[in-house]
Write a protein that binds this ligand. Structure first.
Ligand SMILES: [Fe+2]
Length: 156
């Protein structure tokens, strides 16, 4: 941990940095999964789904940036390297053979649901640890992921 005049106790900041990096790995995985869908989807709904999946990738990258910068603001190191992220992610594996719109929509919905559940849990963990700022960050991400899941499920 880096030295900081941030008034949160070191123990709280240390546990928050670990939690933020856990969800950062998931957000980066979700970004890559969304790009996988954006690049590979085929079928009559191509144009719409191609655009939708790119929007989801942008959102995931914004969440990753917010999570990473909160971890550094608390005195930690944001882990964005590919190998540690791959080892750390808790996301379901993305099917490499997905081709149709339905297959990509199902895979992306599963990923968003998993990420959404983990972020929702993190809201309470951060609040119980006394870090309202981190809890609020997770709350905002949770709300955005719920909305994205709605958008994806509405195509089903
Ligand atoms: Fe593109």
């Amino acid at each position: 941990m880096h030295t900081t005049k941030n008034s949160l106790p070191l123990k709280t900041r240390d546990s928050m940095v670990r939690l933020l990096n856990d969800r950062l790995a998931d957000a980066l995985d979700l970004y890559h999964q969304s790009k996988q869908a954006h690049w590979n989807v085929k079928g009559p709904q191509f144009q719409m789904l191609h655009g939708l999946f790119d929007d989801l990738a942008s959102h995931a990258l914004e969440h990753a940036d917010d999570l990473a910068e909160r971890a550094v603001a608390l005195g930690g190191v944001a882990e964005g390297r590919v190998a540690p992220v791959a080892a750390r992610t808790s996301m379901p594996a993305y099917p490499g053979d997905a081709a149709t719109g339905a297959a990509h929509l199902a895979a992306i919905a599963a990923g968003l649901a998993s990420f959404g559940a983990k972020v929702r849990d993190a809201i309470d963990v951060a609040a119980k640890d006394g870090d309202a700022g981190t809890s609020d960050l997770f709350t905002g991400i949770s709300r955005a992921v719920d909305k994205d899941l709605w958008m994806v499920e509405a195509h089903g």
